[in-house]
Each structure stands twice: as C-alpha cells, then as structure tokens.
Design a protein around this ligand. Structure first.
Ligand SMILES: [Zn+2]
Length: 198
C-alpha cells in the first residue's frame, strides 16, 4: 500500500472550483490520498460511499468556498440536502474518531454550522510546503491533531450553548474577528491569537 496509504476525506461543493483547485495545489505534492466528496456528485448510494470512505480516512476536511456560502444563502431543497450530508459526514467521522477540520478558503466566512470540529483554519496556503501541505504530510507520517495537541492553539468558544473547543490554527492580530463554525458566534480577539508564535 505504501506510500499512498493515508487517506483524508475532503467534503466540498463541486461548484467551488477555485477552492478545489487551491486544495489540489496543496495535496498534489503530498503522498496522502485525497478522497474528494462533492456534495452534488457523490456516487450512489451516497450514505454507503460516505460510510466506506470515512472508514478508510484519517481525517475529514470541510472546505468552505464562496459558492458554499451562496448555496446556504439561496437555501431551498439543495441546501437541505447539503446540510443533511454535512451532519451525516460529521457523524460518521465522530464514530470513527477522526479529526474534523473546517478550512475556509481565502477571505471566506462560514455562514452555516458544522456540528463537531476539532480543528479550524482560515485560508489555504497554496505555495509549496505551505501550512496545509505540512498538515497533510503529518497525517501521512501518522500524526493526529487532537484538541490541545498544541497548547497555544487550544481555543474554547465562549458561547455556552455551543461548547465548541478546537485548535485554532491562524495567527490573528489584535482586534481581529472571526466566526465560530460550530455556532456562527462572532469571536473577537482584542489581544490577537498566537502572536508570539513563529
Ligand atoms: Zn461556537
């Protein structure tokens, strides 16, 4: 099976072609196998495809691109379907004890919730050896990104009704605001985040 024996499951909207391209630029130089699950184009029966591929994977990445944000705004039957898939994929990942990531494409803010995550990152570094490339490589080397793997990244959502806790991977400047992907609460960082990190 070596060397491509580590699979990650990537869920995204097929219409988010740029976001998919960004992730492909990241993953194409890495050894991990990437299972791309496009919500609109999964092989039927969809529940079985998801169950089988999650079982083979080490981590789940929800990619959030601009078309995904538009799909939520538009709502309707398509969004109901996507929303159901997000819940089902998350549930399978939790049952298999996978890391669950939300990764937003550059300058995209989530406007829908994901029920469980343990890693959150804003922006995709497409340059060689960028941040996401290193993460994929780490999975290939057997690493895990459990909550609190790095004390400096350990974040607790202040919304008591959310209870989210996840590794927050970005460096934020004083006064920056981001949105919690589990509850959509606006999170303020008057003192910044990870400013002391290299
Ligand atoms: Zn939250």
């Amino acid at each position: 099976m070596a060397p491509k024996d580590t699979q990650v499951f990537v869920a995204l909207l097929k219409r988010d072609k740029e976001t998919c391209k960004h992730f492909h630029q990241v993953s194409s130089h890495e050894k991990a196998t990437v299972f791309i699950a496009e919500y609109e184009a999964l092989k039927p029966p969809v529940w079985q495809t998801i169950k089988d591929e999650i079982a083979k994977s080490k981590a789940l990445f929800f990619l959030v691109g601009p078309e995904m944000v538009e799909a939520k705004k538009k709502g309707g039957a398509e969004w109901s379907c996507i929303n159901g898939l997000i819940g089902y994929v998350s549930g399978q990942a939790v049952a298999e004890n996978l890391d669950v990531w939300v990764i937003c494409d550059n300058k995209v803010t989530p406007n829908f919730t994901v029920p469980y995550i343990n890693n959150y990152s804003l922006g995709i570094e497409t340059k060689p050896n960028g941040y996401e490339a290193k993460i994929l490589r780490s999975y290939g080397e057997g690493a895990r990104f459990e909550f609190g793997y790095s004390p400096a990244r350990r974040f607790f959502c202040p919304n008591k009704l959310c209870g989210g806790k996840y590794n927050l991977h970005n460096v934020l400047q004083k006064g920056d605001q981001i949105v919690c992907p589990m509850c959509l609460r606006v999170l303020s960082f008057p003192n910044g985040w990870q400013l002391q990190q290299p």
